[in-house]
Design a binder for this molecule. Structure first.
Ligand SMILES: CC(C)(COP(=O)(O)OP(=O)(O)OC[C@H]1O[C@@H](n2cnc3c(N)ncnc32)[C@H](O)[C@@H]1OP(=O)(O)O)[C@@H](O)C(=O)NCCC(=O)NCCS
Length: 148
């Protein structure tokens, strides 16, 4: 059985460490993790969390309007390609609509660009390097516009 829900920040730590920080001397907690308007989403396969994402109210510096940043998006290796990442983003989009947010943006690792494009994100600007992690693109998705 698969379910999607909001989770506590502590419940993101295992996958963050295992997938996003393995072999990297970088923190697995983020500034803003505990902020009042931050939320964390997990996809459960039975009792186990297999996919995570963190949503923070932050400006991208390049978009205007109410916006959230997606951080720490990851799915366990054995659970990839089953649509869990998409389920998580669809759930988050509904939450962001309730909050009247216009844009969701992220700094996407180059390897994940295709995944984000399949989820209605588009690239803004040139690629840039993030120390230790590698090249990234800034990407965004419109959550809300004048027509919805
Ligand atoms: C990117 C990621 C979160 C996608 O999660 P997911 O649960 O597999 O996503 P979905 O099943 O909804 O979508 C799968 C799509 O993601 C893409 N993808 C990227 N890396 C993949 C991988 N290693 N395995 C399977 N799909 C992958 C493919 O385009 C795939 O599309 P397809 O099914 O048409 O081939 C996951 O691959 C991951 O955790 N990667 C490592 C961490 C990472 O790079 N996170 C993003 C940081 S910006």
């Amino acid at each position: 059985m698969v379910s999607v829900k909001k989770i506590a920040v502590e419940d993101t730590y295992f996958i963050r460490q295992e997938i996003l920080r393995k072999g990297m001397n970088l923190p697995y907690t983020f500034d803003g993790d505990d902020a009042e308007d931050t939320f964390h989403i997990g996809v459960y396969e039975r009792e186990k969390i297999v996919s995570i994402g963190t949503f923070m109210k932050r400006s991208s510096g390049v978009l205007e309007g109410a916006q959230y940043q997606l951080r720490g998006m990851a799915t366990l290796n054995e659970a990839r390609g089953k649509g869990y990442g998409k389920l998580l983003l669809d759930f988050a989009t509904k939450e962001l609509l309730k909050l009247n947010i216009t844009y969701l943006w992220c700094n996407a690792r180059v390897v994940a660009v295709k995944f984000y494009e399949k989820n209605q994100f588009q690239i803004i600007g040139e690629s840039f390097m993030v120390a230790i992690v590698g090249p990234h693109y800034k990407m965004y998705k419109t959550i809300k516009n004048e027509n919805n």
